[in-house]
Design a binder for this molecule. Structure first.
Ligand code: ADP
Ligand code: MG
Length: 430
């Protein structure tokens, strides 16, 4: 693939992740300047030093991910270089200009509240799987703090939870632009909390959250295993709830299924209404594609949309990603999109195997990071789990031994910690 084509794909992906305003400010005018070291290093040209530092700090991870996706994981590092005169080489300029002229919501809302201007009720296509969540979000806007508090929305990735959460924000702000509303996610809440502890600014942190009229908190599952953050969030929750301040929460699973969440917090999360979002059916997927085309001022014929909707079923983010890639392809090649071409593009998108063998090491690392433990701790837990099991369930010892063997020969690794082990074993056998 050519540099321009690769960067087109990257920009299409990033467009999904960032707001139009951010896209315009930081990504428009960027392009691939150079590909080095057998395609492993990419130099990205940026129009100014602000964009350079912003991309390095805020979007680097996403850019790298998208670049790896577009290059079969070849890219290992990216350098951002300020190139002032060459912004006109940006292959996406045309698309960006089209979308920018279409901007619907004032971009300054985003600066104040962290909301993506695209995520409004107007841009949300309601399907059978999102009817309840959408209705509940709308109801909340008309009865702040009174009707469903907290409102808890859950569902798989890319199904519109963040969109709905932010739509509540836009709607409330539309009615009362001065209302104290804050959108954040559990990861940022955690980071801010840690920062406040470090800087000795806990009072400021607390009073900020407790002064809100509406708190929209996304991806709450991220708090799993983070005891102190949960503790702080629990108190924030209570303070807001008692004052009838509205709380809307999104998560990738229902409260009871979030592991390592303190019972009292789980119970709080179930006090109001819990609404799920499930994947849209074919008709809704087509309707979503039509709405997205309208949003992007592009026209694709019904056959193309139907083909896309039939072949990309998992979630709306992927559907939108595929649509963006088609548009990018069209912009770049300026040829009519026949079904054959679309099929080829989708095939290349799907060429990376989605399933396959997961190495035990990868599994352990994922579990460790999910529960906020390090790999050694998982090893110790598994080791004692195995010890206890083998003591009590001799007959399944073989399979357990095999599993533990795959966990990386923990027993051997534990030899140097024998003293600690025999001490803990002593405790277990009592
Ligand atoms: P989640 O938070 O559930 O992972 P998002 O809210 O980030 O998913 O949605 C992913 C993308 O799909 C966003 O660009 C969003 O606008 C779009 N999207 C999801 N559901 C819908 C829908 N029903 N109508 C229109 N766009 C949708
Ligand atoms: Mg989300």
């Amino acid at each position: 693939m050519e540099k321009k084509q690769i960067w087109n794909i990257v920009l299409s992906e990033l467009e999904l992740l960032v707001s139009k305003a951010n896209f315009k400010t930081w990504l428009q005018g960027t392009y691939i300047l150079e590909v080095k070291n057998d395609d492993k290093s990419i130099v990205v040209a940026v129009p100014n030093s602000f964009a350079k530092s912003w991309l390095e700090k805020k979007y680097h991870k996403h850019i790298l991910e998208a670049l790896r996706g577009a290059t079969e994981d070849k890219v290992e590092d990216i350098v951002y270089k300020v190139e002032t005169n060459k912004a006109k080489e940006d292959p996406r300029m045309n698309i960006a200009t089209i979308s920018v002229s279409e901007e619907r919501v004032e971009t300054n809302t985003e600066c104040n509240h962290g909301l993506n201007p695209r995520y409004t009720f107007k841009n949300f296509v309601v399907g059978e799987g999102s009817e309840l969540a959408n209705a509940a979000c709308q109801a909340v806007c008309n009865n702040l703090g009174k009707k469903y508090n907290p409102l808890f929305i859950y569902g798989g990735v890319g199904l519109g939870k963040t969109h709905l959460l932010q739509a509540v924000g836009h709607e409330v702000l539309k009615k009362n632009p001065k209302v104290k509303l804050f959108y954040t996610n559990a990861e940022e809440f955690t980071n801010e909390f840690i920062k406040a502890i470090g800087n000795g600014t806990m009072e400021k942190f607390k009073s900020f959250y407790r002064s809100l009229k509406i708190l929209l908190i996304d991806d709450i599952q991220f708090m799993a295993g983070k005891e102190r953050t949960q503790e702080e969030f629990f108190h924030t929750f209570n303070a807001l709830y008692q004052e009838e301040r509205q709380i809307v929460i999104a998560s990738d699973r229902p409260p009871k299924e979030i592991p390592a969440l303190q019972d009292r917090l789980t119970s709080r999360l179930t006090w109001g209404l819990i609404a799920d979002v499930s994947p849209p059916g074919l008709e809704t997927r087509i309707a979503i594609l039509k709405a997205k085309c309208k949003e992007k001022s592009c026209v694709l014929n019904d056959k193309v949309l139907e083909y896309l909707a039939t072949h990309v079923q998992n979630n709306v983010r992927e559907l939108e990603g595929a649509l963006n890639k088609l548009i990018a392809y069209y912009e770049f090649h300026q040829t009519e999109l026949t079904l054959d071409i679309i099929k080829n593009i989708l095939d290349t998108l799907n060429s990376k195997p989605k399933t396959g063998f997961i190495h035990p090491k990868q599994l352990i690392e994922t579990v460790a990071s999910f529960y906020g433990l390090d790999v050694a701790q998982i090893g110790i837990i598994s080791y004692f789990g195995w010890k206890i099991m083998t003591n009590h369930l001799k007959h399944i010892q073989d399979s357990i031994t095999e599993i533990v063997g795959k966990l990386g020969n923990i027993e051997t690794e534990m030899k140097d910690k024998e003293k600690r082990i025999s001490f803990i074993e002593g405790k277990i056998s009592k």
